[in-house]
Design a protein around this ligand. Sequence first.
Ligand code: PEP
Length: 271
Amino acid sequence: MFCGINRVVMRNNRKIMIAGNWKEHLNVSQASHFMHRLEESIPIRQSVETVIIPNVLILQPISVNLDRRKFRLGAQDGYFVDAGAYTGEVSMAMLQDLVHYVLVGHSERRYVFNEGDDVVAKKMQAAIRNGIMPILCIGETLQERLARETKQILHNQLTAGLMNLTSREVAASVIAYEPVWAIGTGEFAKPDQVQEAINYIRKQVESLFGKRTASLVRILYGGSVDDLNAKSFLELSGCDGALIGGASLNQYKFAAIIEVAYRVQQERLGR
Ligand code: PEP
């Protein structure tokens, strides 16, 4: 177990995170070649936390030669029951030696696999129970945005996802604002829309868990982020990184986004 929760809560500044969700792409040998190319393209940047989130088959082989100065691993999903008669499932308990992070509530899980807020809440608790830091994905559909329901949806998904967690556990978690209409569409949100959502999410965390927790929890943006638009999101106040799908499968784009994050972080640190 990584005991990551203790590590992050003790750190007061929020480290910028760039997480690449490979979704259902790359088999084991393709992933190992791609990882090799990524390692060549990406220098060690200690102020940026780069997380690779491949499919579950790839986690174990990649972990063997992973350059841990550059990368951490995350899982795309994990089941909430630690062990039992659940054919096809891989539990958080089984993932705990392999990953630091796990995605929970990604819109593809919510809308393609019909995972409701009850399942999301159980997965959040299972991740924490097994020492894995969850990246809770929340965001509105286009229909909900047009109906001006964005804040209500964020509120509902946030309160359901964080239900039964302590302030300390929430502080160690990561929240990704991912408007569903911007995921995999090339149609990214406008920076002012992202700013409004991030401010709202942090305020909600504050009202539920207090000021200190709100100042520690990391909030990312995800939705068609690439090397050309990354800066406009990463430099937003309170934006602690990005969750990236498509562009994380291109070594040049992904490396360029990490460099943008590094420069933004250096500016924040006044260097
Ligand atoms: C995602 O999978 O969470 C995502 C944001 O994908 P994309 O960057 O391709 O929109």
